[in-house]
Every structure is written in C-alpha cells, then in structure tokens.
Ligand binder design. Structure first.
Ligand code: FEO
Length: 406
C-alpha cells in the first residue's frame, strides 16, 4: 500500500491486514488495518506505528515520502502491541528526539519493551507541542481502553487522532468513510464498540460531554483501525453517544445452545410469542454464531433471552464461555430471561439467571425449565414467556417501572 495524503502534508502510512480473523477472541472476518500517520512539519512527527509483523509496510510508506531518519517525534497514543509492536525497530531506525506519550504510556512502554532510556516526553491532558506550523495538543483518555490511551489533536487542520476509539476492524483498499459501504462500515463500528468498549460506556459518556463542553472543532477523525472519518465524523460521534447511553432499539435477542433439539424448540416457541406481540427478534444459535457477533446484537437489543440445557450440573461450554465474555463487557439496561431443557438435575437455567442478575439485568421471568423433551403444553408456556418479555419491553418503553422478579 502506498501512503495516502489525508490533509496537506499529513499522510496515512499504516498497514492493511487482510489476513487476521481473530483479535484476542473477537472474530475479524473482514480483517483490519493498523493506521499510523506522518505529519511533515519543522518537526516531522509519526503518530503511532503498526503491529510488529507489518513494520516493512510502515517503512515502505514512510520511505515513499521521506527518509525515516528525518522523523523527529514519535507519538504513542496507545501501547497495545497492534500499534506499538513496531516501535523498537522504528526507534532504532529513526533515533527520534522525543517519544511522546502519557504518563501511563511511559510506564506501559517500559513494561512492554524494557527500555528506560528512550527519549520519553510525557504529556498530560491540555499539553501542547509545537511542530512548527502546527500545534499538537493532547488529551488523556485513560481506560479507553487501556490506562495509557490518549488522543492527539492537530489544531490547524482540526484532526483528531483517536487511537482505537471511533475505529473498526475493516481491511479495505479505501481510506475514507465516504469511500466504503455505509452499512458495512457501521456494522463493523458497532461490532468494535460492542466488543472493545461496552465496558467503558460511562467513561465514554464523560469524554463526549467534555469534548462537547470544549467545543473542539473536529474536521476529521483519524483512528488507528479502519477508515478516516473525513466526510461525516459526527456520524460516529452520534453513534457513540447512542451506544454509551445504552439505548435499546426495542428488539430482543434470543441466544441459545442445544444438545438434542429440546432447547431449540423452546427458543422457537418463545420467538413465536414475541412475533404474536409484534416484537422484532434475532435468533442466535451459539453453535454457528461467534460470541463477538452475538455481542454486536446484544449491544443494541433491549432484551437478552438465554437458553441452554444442563450438562454435568452446569451449562454447555459455549454458553458458559459466552456468559464469561458478556460479563466482562457488562452491557446494561436490559431485560433478561432464561430457559432450557434438562434430564435430571437442571442447574443451567439457575446459573444463567444468576449471571444475568449479577449483570443487573431486569429479570422478567423466574426461568423456564423442561425435562427432556417439551410437550405442547410446555411449548405453550414458552409462547407465554415470549409474550411476558414483550409486555415488559412495552412497559419499559412507556416509562413504567419494570421490577425484576428475581
Ligand atoms: Fe488497537 Fe487497543 O489496540
């Protein structure tokens, strides 16, 4: 890939990773990009680097513009290795005057690369640094999503370099938001938020309020993954505002696993109950849906209904793994209910109930268990469960208090 000029004398110089399909447990079926940016000014500045294995692509891009040795400043907005993996080799090649990072960034860089002698230049929120014609300002964004994370902002061009925030895992030959299919772009941005940022929604809410209070003009958002938002940066800011406020979209997601079809039959009848009440739902079998795709639907759903049979006094492993994953991401403000078949002990429904209660879901049902294979009367109970979920959602939508029954 050749460098792309995103503004006068500011270049994208990253790498496109068409190959990766797994990002620490998050499925990336469209690959990803590692974005780095080069600013040509009196002080030539490189913002972020790439995953270690892509260093040749980074150097190829930089060399097409300038001798890498002419780089003065390296900005490390985020230390996770997909952005700093190439840093040691870049520092050796460039011998920069400054390695600019947050206080937590310096600590994390030392813990990753065990080098205390790099020319660290620690910045905090509000600090500014002149590059010559331009000024870079910094904003720490601790825990969005690592302690070291920060934004860098070029005042003159009003470009926000946002590291992971506002990004998406999307390998494409295009570099800008207006060049790609909008439904694909927003799907991948939703998936990114759901699987990386849901846990930090309260911090994102505060950050967006702070940015709004500062009245920071943003002409372009240049994240470290995916495309640069040049035409409509407000679109992704608005989406983050919606997601961080946990506004459900009025739909239900039924997530289940099944052993001998009984729990699937129950799931279908619950869906029938929802359909009868005119409620839209998504039906996700964990045997064929990756947990990160399930979380993408969970992010925007108003109710999450879990189904699993009992295996060895517990749950099937796919449901247990999904619950562990969802518990870490802590989605909030949702209605919940659980169901499943069992043979003789029947613990799964209780365990799923406990997990959703711990996540502070509003439980609209005590849970529905059926021994072995559901009869017509059991399936009728499942239809009723679907209607109970629909009724709770209607109450919530109308602002009535919905109390958890568990
Ligand atoms: Fe893209 Fe948190 O690294």
């Amino acid at each position: 890939m050749k460098p792309i000029e995103i503004a006068k004398n500011i270049y994208w110089v990253g790498a496109i990773d068409w190959l990766t399909r797994d990002f620490h447990g998050y499925s990336t079926e469209r690959g990803t990009t590692y974005n780095a940016y080069l600013i040509l000014d009196e002080k030539v500045t490189l913002i972020d680097t790439v995953k270690k294995t892509y260093i040749d692509e980074l150097l190829h891009c930089i060399t097409a513009i300038i001798d890498p040795k002419k780089i003065d400043y390296l900005v490390v907005n985020h230390v996770e290795p997909d952005h700093s993996g190439a840093l040691p080799e870049i520092i050796n090649a460039v011998t920069p005057e400054k390695v600019i990072c947050s206080k937590m960034g310096q600590k994390a860089l030392i813990q990753h690369f065990h080098n205390e002698d790099w020319p660290y230049h620690v910045v905090a929120s509000g600090d500014e640094l002149s590059l010559g014609e331009r000024t870079l300002s910094f904003m720490e964004t601790r825990m969005l999503h690592w302690p070291d994370s920060m934004f860098s902002y070029v005042k003159e061009e009003q470009i926000l370099f946002s590291n992971d925030a506002f990004g998406e895992h999307l390998a494409t030959s295009e570099r800008f938001d207006d060049q790609v299919d909008q439904s694909v772009l927003m799907h991948e941005a939703t998936k990114y938020y759901a699987n990386i940022l849901t846990l930090y929604s309260p911090l994102i809410k505060k950050l967006l309020a702070k940015v709004s209070e500062m009245q920071l003009p943003i002409n372009m958002i240049a994240p470290d993954h995916g495309v640069v938002w040049r035409s409509n940066p407000q679109k992704i800011i608005d989406a983050y505002a919606k997601w961080c406020n946990n506004q459900g979209n009025g739909t239900v997601v039924i997530v289940y696993d099944t052993m001998w079809e009984s729990t699937r039959k129950m799931a279908r009848s619950i869906a029938e109950g929802l359909q009868e009440e005119g409620v839209s739902y998504t039906f996700l079998d964990l045997q064929i849906n990756h947990r990160s795709d399930v979380m993408t639907v969970v992010l925007e759903a108003s109710a999450v209904i879990l189904g699993c049979p009992t295996l060895n006094n517990g749950m099937l492993p796919r449901m247990a793994g999904f619950l562990m994953y969802m518990r870490g991401l802590r989605p909030t403000n949702k209605i919940g209910a659980c169901f499943g078949s069992y043979g003789w002990s029947g613990e799964a429904v209780g365990l799923m109930n406990d997990a959703l209660k711990e996540m502070k879901f509003t439980m609209c049902h005590q849970g529905l268990k059926v021994q072995y294979v559901p009869r017509e009367e059991h399936l009728a109970q499942c239809v009723e469960l679907g209607k109970t979920i629909a009724s709770s959602m209607k109450d919530m939508r109308e602002g009535k208090e919905v109390k958890s029954v568990l």
